[in-house]
Write a protein that binds this ligand. Structure first.
Ligand SMILES: Nc1nc2c(c(=O)[nH]1)N(C=O)[C@@H](CNc1ccc(C(=O)N[C@@H](CCC(=O)O)C(=O)O)cc1)CN2
Ligand SMILES: Nc1nc2c(ncn2[C@@H]2O[C@H](COP(=O)(O)OP(=O)(O)OP(=O)(O)O)[C@@H](O)[C@H]2O)c(=O)[nH]1
Ligand SMILES: [K+]
Ligand SMILES: [Mg+2]
Length: 428
């Protein structure tokens, strides 16, 4: 096993830089800097020297095999966050035998291989590092803490129980089976199907929290859409002008809106036009606005918009409120009045949707559950068709279990059989 090393903190100037090593030679590598090793898990200040020169004064932290993030013998060097100090230490490490620079994600991969994390936790950790808003952090933390594995384990136990019941029926097929297990299996399957369908429903919103919600600003040319976008972004993200048809491409601005990740889309003003480029822009505007999670219709004095209709949760606001009196949701991108109210209204609508967010944050999770649901629906149909289909049903149950196992990266048929036989106790 190679010993790997990498800068664990971000590149560039910083107060402190953390260099991480993992693998059998990581303690030896620290010793190469001519320092006495501190005891495990006790940080100690050491002068790292090479060829008689002090490279940096660092905190050294050692972890023993089986008691580290990766599960391997590992070490950390907490250097000054100086690009030059970091490179000088990296240069030495690159010349030591048995050491090499780590590949992306390799420490976590080792943690997975050593059983410190399951596959879903690894995904949760990746999302935690990518999290930019509170909702994303909370959701990622739940997955990282093992929520998916715990659930999968419960569902799995039910499926194993159902499988054991069916296996018993198969083995006793020639004899008189004392009890018909079908009702009990059906009850297990139906309860589980309801759970899994709820998870799938919650996964769509969880995926939105992970990737962000899209909110499109739509309206007639010159309604003030780009001015509003700039007010929301607090910077000149889009060109504005008194010329109708200024915006052509969709302009995206990502924001943290009450803890939710939101991408605002500024779009071309909608109207009939003979300008080819403008009409291409309008096509894009309509497509993106329709696909968005929410639309803000910014009204001016012009008539109704063509090509797009207001949907249930959409917001309709009167623009240029500084120029004319009115009622209802009103705002001025120019003065900023009404903009916080719009933000609050958007936040309220999106927050309302996040209530049902589940733990399945990725398409991969949803597809695994959908495969399990499909397999369980087959089980159901086969059982209802009668005893002669029990073997088929048992096969489909195993297929459902494998799909759940793929959630956490455990696809091990041996253990499945082991558990089936462990719960198998009708005198055999
Ligand atoms: N300096 C530093 N900070 C860090 C990390 C790190 O690797 N180094 N982490 C890296 O991502 C996170 C903390 N995660 C860690 C996870 C496990 C162990 C660890 O040593 N686990 C042992 C002992 C557990 C214990 O003492 O309770 C184990 O699980 O056996 C350390 C850090 C965030 N902060
Ligand atoms: N008084 C006032 N003028 C505004 C307001 N918002 C925008 N304007 C002006 O209206 C004109 C059009 O603004 P834009 O933001 O470019 O409008 P748009 O909807 O993006 O226009 P297109 O991209 O061409 O569809 C500019 O001259 C802005 O300065 C507002 O709230 N109040
Ligand atoms: K304009
Ligand atoms: Mg514009």
């Amino acid at each position: 096993m190679d010993t790997i090393y990498a800068l664990a903190s971000a590149r560039g100037k910083a107060g402190v830089a953390v260099l991480r090593l993992s693998g059998p030679r990581s303690h030896e590598a620290v010793q190469a800097f001519g320092v006495p090793l501190p005891s495990l898990r006790h940080a100690a200040l050491r002068r790292l020297t090479w060829n008689g020169e002090v490279l940096d004064e660092a905190l050294v932290l050692l972890f023993g095999a089986g008691a580290s993030f990766t599960g391997e013998t590992s070490a950390e060097l907490h250097l000054h966050g100086s690009p030059a100090a970091v490179s000088s230490v990296l240069r030495v490490l690159s010349g030591l035998p048995g050491l090499r620079a780590a590949e992306a994600g390799e420490f976590t991969r080792r943690a997975l291989e050593n059983g410190r994390l399951d596959l879903a936790q690894v995904e949760g950790l990746a999302d935690l590092i990518d999290a930019e808003t509170e909702a994303q952090r909370r959701q990622a933390m739940r997955v990282f803490s093992g929520a998916i594995g715990e659930r999968a384990e419960r569902w799995r136990a039910d499926l194993i129980r159902a499988a054991a019941l069916l296996e018993a029926t198969i083995d006793f097929a020639d004899e008189d089976v004392p009890v018909d297990v079908t009702p009990e299996v059906l009850t297990l399957i139906d309860g589980l199907l309801a759970d899994l369908r709820r998870e799938v429903d919650g996964s769509r919103i969880a995926e939105r929290i992970r990737d962000g919600f899209e909110v499109a600003i739509v309206g007639a040319p010159n309604a003030g859409k780009s001015t509003l976008l700039n007010a929301l972004a607090r910077r000149e993200a889009a060109i504005t002008s008194e010329i109708a048809g200024t915006t052509r491409d969709v302009i995206e601005v990502r924001m943290d809106l009450d803890g939710l990740p939101v991408t605002f889309l500024d779009t071309a003003g909608l109207r009939d036009t003979s300008d080819l480029v403008e009409s291409l822009g309008i096509e894009r505007a309509v497509t993106r606005a329709k696909a968005a999670d929410l639309r803000v219709f910014l009204l001016d004095d012009s008539g109704p918009l063509s090509g797009i209709t207001v949907q249930a949760d959409d917001l309709v606001v009167q623009g240029k409120a500084d120029l004319r009196p009115g009622q209802g949701l009103r705002l001025s991108g120019r003065t900023g009045e009404g903009v916080p109210e719009l933000v609050a209204a958007i936040g309220e609508r999106l927050l309302g949707r996040t209530a049902g967010a589940g733990s399945l944050t990725r398409e991969r999770h949803r597809l695994a559950i959908e495969r399990a649901i499909g397999a369980m629906e087959s089980v159901r149909a086969e059982l209802l068709r009668g005893q002669q289909h029990t073997e088929l049903a048992a096969d489909d149950l195993r297929r459902a279990i494998r799909s759940l196992d793929s959630l956490v990266g455990r696809v091990d048929v041996e253990s499945l059989l082991g558990e089936i036989f462990a719960s198998f106790c009708i005198g055999k």
